[in-house]
Design a protein around this ligand. Structure first.
Ligand SMILES: [Zn+2]
Length: 478
């Protein structure tokens, strides 16, 4: 959105005129008093003001020497994350705000937007608004590792200690890829690192293929798990890595995992969007798309989850927008690479399950995303499975994950076309009999900026969901 400042203020004028208000001059006041209000969010605790609830990075980034900054935090200065609740009267106006602001998450009740402080009084005057993140720069800063040096991974006798350290913080791409190598070295009989292809910027896309007796059992069922499709959703990647770790380390110790690895194949892509992920570590923590060139110079990136070729339609977003679909299906190289990997390289695999990890809002989304009119097959079993997954998560830490059709989550009833081109629909329609998109924690207090202390709790609760999914798929009657 930073690239769009001109267009943005034109659009903001349109929003203001829709309110039948004087234009931008109404936006200039009231900020200070508004910001002093205390807001209490839902179960995850107080609003993230930056500095809240995070173990180590309590200092303000403003007090840290600039040469130690991971990226330029001043780019977020003055911006806030605002939850705008809507009703029948205001929903079209709120959806129209997508043209103006970066939308984080939303449903048919509310949408979270990134909004400059100076716009907030006007919005607050006419819409039901709540500030979720007050100091965006500080909240960004707090998601980076407390120790600036990169973690050095080495094969060690104290594997547990190394693992504890690894999952203490989010990790950059190079460290993650070194960790995958370490898993391969530590568990050479069960792990293959497979190459899906390169990205636009020449990074490798990698999958971990986990299996015992690889290739010996042609009737094995396969589960595909992907994460990090959207660059800023770091918790999805850490959770995929945690899942890999648990499956491998419990094998031979727990009956369940031993059975999973003997009777199932897992293809796990923990960083689906390596270019975007690397960019979110070095340039903009809140980057969402890949980093492909588009037909507009200086507007980079296609939303990979709008690029898959099942009921693909061109998005209304133009190339600078966060949800730009590209000009044709599979224009996003990462989507095309998955298609080739699944349908050519691994075409012999019987893919029974697909889980695509995202964040946030704690949801289990069922097919289809593109339309609420197409009924998914086996709907009763599909819903039973979804509710079972939700229950398995709730039993771990009591967190509620709502089950709903992906089309509803994407708001296609308000804006048709928003749900087209998802990995969920593509995989469900073409290869995976059972498929879900999981949106992980939280419900909005931290949004995409979930502090690293949640890596292990979220890893554990989603691992409980993965186990439930495995049990369901191993049912011989399916
Ligand atoms: Zn996402």
């Amino acid at each position: 959105m930073r690239l769009l400042s001109c267009a943005k203020y034109v659009s903001l004028a349109l929003v203001a005129s829709a309110f039948q208000l004087p234009l931008l001059d109404t936006l200039q006041s009231q900020i200070t008093s508004y910001l002093s209000q205390a807001h209490v969010a839902e179960e995850d605790g107080p609003v993230s003001h930056g500095g809240n609830g995070h173990g180590g990075n309590d200092a303000s980034y403003r007090d840290v020497p600039r040469e130690l900054w991971a990226l330029d935090y001043t780019q977020y200065e003055g911006d806030k994350i605002v939850r705008v609740r809507m009703n029948e009267e205001t929903k079209h106006l709120v959806m129209g705000m997508r043209e103006v602001y970066d939308q984080w998450e939303g449903n048919d009740e509310f949408v979270d937007f990134r909004v400059p402080s100076e716009d907030i009084p006007l919005l607050q005057e006419h819409l039901d608004c709540e500030i979720m993140i007050d100091d965006l720069g500080q909240a960004v800063y707090e998601t980076f590792p407390k120790v600036a040096e990169e973690l050095k991974l080495e094969t060690t006798d104290d594997f547990q200690a190394m693992t504890d350290l690894f999952f203490k913080e989010y990790r950059p791409l190079n460290t993650i890829y070194s960790w995958l190598d370490m898993m391969k070295e530590t568990f050479p009989d069960f792990v293959e690192i497979e190459w899906l292809g390169q990205t636009y910027e020449g990074r490798d896309m990698k999958a971990l293929h986990l299996s015992v007796d690889k290739g010996l059992n042609p009737d094995k069922k396969t589960i595909v798990l992907t994460a990090g499709v959207h660059a800023r959703e770091w918790i999805s990647t850490s959770t995929a890595l945690f899942t890999i770790f648990k499956l491998l380390t419990e094998y031979g110790h727990s009956k369940k995992e031993t059975r999973y690895l003997e009777q199932l194949d897992f293809l796990i892509v923990p960083v689906f969007n390596p270019d975007g992920y690397a960019y979110s570590w070095s340039q903009d923590r809140l980057w969402r798309k890949n980093r492909q060139e588009t037909y507009i110079p200086r507007c980079f990136g296609i939303d990979i989850d709008r690029s898959f070729g099942y009921h693909w339609t061109k998005s209304e977003d133009y190339p600078c927008g966060e949800s730009y679909s590209g000009e044709a299906a599979f224009e996003a190289i990462e989507a095309e690479n998955l298609d080739t990997y699944i349908n050519v390289t691994r075409k012999d695999h019987q893919i029974y399950g697909f889980l695509d990890l995202h964040s946030y809002t704690q949801k289990i989304l069922c097919p289809y995303a593109y339309s609420c009119d197409e009924q998914p097959r086996d709907i009763e079993n599909l819903l039973e499975l979804a509710y079972g997954i939700s229950k398995s998560i709730r039993l771990r830490y009591g967190k509620h994950y709502e089950v709903l059709p992906a089309c509803k989550d994407r708001g296609v009833d308000i804006m048709p076309g928003l749900g087209a081109g998802s990995a969920l629909d593509f995989m469900y329609h073409n290869r995976a009999h059972w498929a879900f998109q999981l949106k992980l924690r939280d419900t909005g207090s931290h949004g995409f900026l979930l502090p690293s202390e949640f890596i292990v709790p979220v890893g554990k609760e989603i691992y409980a969901a993965v186990k439930y999914f495995c049990e369901f798929i191993l049912n011989p009657d399916l």
